[in-house]
Design a protein around this ligand. Structure first.
Ligand code: SAH
Length: 248
């Protein structure tokens, strides 16, 4: 069973390609895919670039062209949930698109003709990823003590949309609108819900881990690039190494 490791940006999975056995790079649909064996598993590494459409195209290519049977997304996100700090890790239980609104024809956030707003991650794969995140964070945690406390691992809903949320007022507005619809998000990012919808369509198990690069507030534009260039790939490597070894 081949596993796809998908990220938006190169920094979010940097270093993994160099560890592959029998590595091979393929250019397809304007994207780079890396193939090989990692800790005994057949893996396909993919970079989607940013946003829901780019992520959906990449997920579809992974399934249709590369025949992957499960997808794990690794990346960064803005923390919006209470106590979700820069340097923490969020494993997604499911996704909602915060910029989907076909009201009054459909309830706000509902994806038209799907009869749902929320797309859940695969529970078995997510449980394994959560375990791997806890182990990865504790083995790598000492490196990244950005706060007084050790990095924490959270599990819950993540909201995706085609917007870099970079103002506290915007994050609060978004959080309030989601709560009014019955959704309580831990983090915001720009790809997960699209991949979740594609995986739902194809019946492909899917799980997501996001390290928190910023608080989606007025300093997000400063925190994000610093975090992405210094910490993101080390987190991804530590967590995914634990994950791939648990796959069996
Ligand atoms: N100008 C930036 C664009 C970053 S977009 C650049 O230099 O590349 C942010 C990326 O990280 C997206 O892939 C998204 O999934 C994630 N992300 C991190 N923090 C986010 C936030 N506050 N809001 C939305 N997406 C965020």
């Amino acid at each position: 069973m081949s596993l796809a490791i998908l990220s938006a940006l190169a920094e979010e999975q940097q270093g993994i390609f160099e560890q592959l056995q029998q590595p091979r790079r393929v250019l397809h649909a304007g994207r780079e895919f890396g193939m090989g064996i990692w800790h005994g598993q057949t893996v396909v590494l993919a970079l989607s670039r940013i946003g829901k459409v780019a992520a959906a195209t990449t997920a579809t290519a992974l399934i249709e062209k590369f025949g992957v049977q499960r997808i794990v997304f690794t990346g960064v996100a803005g923390g919006v949930g209470e106590g979700v700090q820069v340097g923490d890790v969020v494993v997604a239980s499911g996704f909602v698109q915060h910029d989907m609104d076909a009201a009054p024809l459909f309830p706000t956030f509902e994806v038209p003709l799907y009869g749902r707003a929320r797309f859940d991650c695969d529970s078995a794969l997510t449980a394994m990823l959560l375990e791997a995140a806890r182990a990865g964070v504790s083995s790598a945690g000492g490196l990244f003590s950005l706060h007084q406390r050790a990095p924490q691992v959270h599990c819950g809903l993540v909201a995706s949309g085609d917007r870099f949320v970079s103002a506290a007022t915007e994050a609060q507005r978004l959080q309030a609108a989601l709560r009014a619809g019955g959704f309580d998000a831990l983090a915001v990012e720009m790809e997960g819900a699209a991949v979740a919808q594609v995986c739902h369509d194809y019946g492909i198990p899917f799980a997501v881990v996001r390290t928190i690069s910023d608080r989606a507030d007025d300093t997000a534009h400063v925190d994000f690039p610093t975090f992405v260039s210094t910490v993101a790939s080390r987190y991804a490597q530590a967590i995914l190494t634990e994950f791939v070894q648990r796959l069996g």
